[in-house]
Design a protein around this ligand. Sequence first.
Ligand code: ADP
Ligand code: MG
Length: 513
Amino acid sequence: MNEVCHLSSGSIRLRNDDPALPAIGSTLPQTSLSGGNGTDMADATLLDQWAHVRARLQAEVGDVEYRTWLRQMAFGAMDGDEVTLLLPSRFLRDWVRNHYGEKILTLWQAQNPTVRRVDIRVGLGREGLAESLSAQASPTPVPPQEAQQNAMPSTPARPSFPTAGPRSAEELSAPLDPRFTFDSFVVGKPNEFAYACARRVAEHPASQGFNPLFLYGGVGLGKTHLMHAIGLELGRGQTRHSTVAYMSAEKFMYRFIAAIRSQQTLEFKDHLRSVDVLMIDDLQFLIGKDNTQEEFFHTFNALVDAGKQIVVSADKSPSDLSGLEDRLRTRLGCGMVADLHATTFELRFSILQAKATRASADVPSKVLEFLAHKITSNVRELEGSLNRLIAHAHLFSRPITLETTQELLHDILKAHDRRVTIDEIQRRVAEHYNLRVTDMSSARRARAVARPRQVAMYLAKQLTARSLPEIGKKFGNRDHTTVMHACSRITELMEKDGGFAEDVDLLKRMLES
Ligand code: ADP
Ligand code: MG
């Protein structure tokens, strides 16, 4: 057996500057980063190996985990037998070290047997640089040589920068999922308004009062589905000659940066301005990406002025999308703003029914009812659960019953039953900021204590059903106005400081998982 398999989960973190950790044993000699042979090993081979490690990692941990924790990891350097990988925050670094450290080391060794250690540190790699570059992207073309230096290793998780701009409007658009039609969209109270607006736009693009159409709502409530439905509908009947471009805001940004790099900005602009309908999904992604926002704003104006239709989706209403430029927010709110509300039991039940019928699966009503009661978070998860049941029934030629459902969906149902407690939040937050749990309810007002305490209050409000006074009581009998203040302060700080927001978001995800 490879010696790596014997390493404890803490071994990956072992460094001279981390005396709290147990010794790793004599098999792995320690070399400091700066003490290596100094050769620049960040060559094509290493980047290639890194690309393989990433791809394997993604395949092993799955897309969701990969995107949550690992996507931002970048290659730093190789010195002697040690590889340095970089992550943008302390929190991510600790999480990845503890949960994926060993796996990463094993994967590296499979690519390169000389690697004996992986050090995960806080820092920006080339990709991080590329990202900050994209946030700052100047509209002036980047000299080719510089573009070369910033080139990223191609990885499966991140769209690579194409070298040339798209040649036609079709190429500009991401493909539309043929399943996401108006017919397959189940209409109920929470989404009927958004549905009606989308239909209207598909039938009469750019009509007065509906341009732009701004769809917003939480994850998995059908925004993307409706946008695809608009695109698919426009491809039929009288409107079939309209050119429709649909893309995520992220893709928009990558295209834009790619155009700058390959000095094809004008071409890119022309392409965008030549479409009849432009749809941008998940606009919240552009927050903080000022130059891309600006480009989008100009495209937006040019298209609307030319009588073309714009459809945009986001997770919040225009007025709540703070961080977007004011003038853009104002314009986005000028047409029709329609929200998709959280689903009701009735809607969830109808969606399940429709999906079961479509799959010609015989699922008892009792099971559909059970699922609609239990899985309330989003339609995607509901759909996934149903698919699992159907696949299992097919595979084993067994009928679907309430018992098999509970058995098969055990993990999902458990997650939904799970309730985070305030005690747990306090414990995790204290741990994260190196404080004692008692600091959460103490009277200490030093910022190093008060800020984490505010984070914990904010998370308690977000993740539990407790009222403000109840939360205040748990934090050393504080007044409900203190909790309220903490919540708005943290929200404000998160909007201003991306690093802080990421920390809080990750804490939240950790508590939810
Ligand atoms: P969002 O873009 O809002 O995050 P999506 O449009 O991707 O959500 O929807 C998630 C999944 O749920 C998709 O597979 C979509 O088809 C399905 N879905 C959401 N709402 C409905 C609905 N009302 N009827 C049928 N399917 C739906
Ligand atoms: Mg979506």
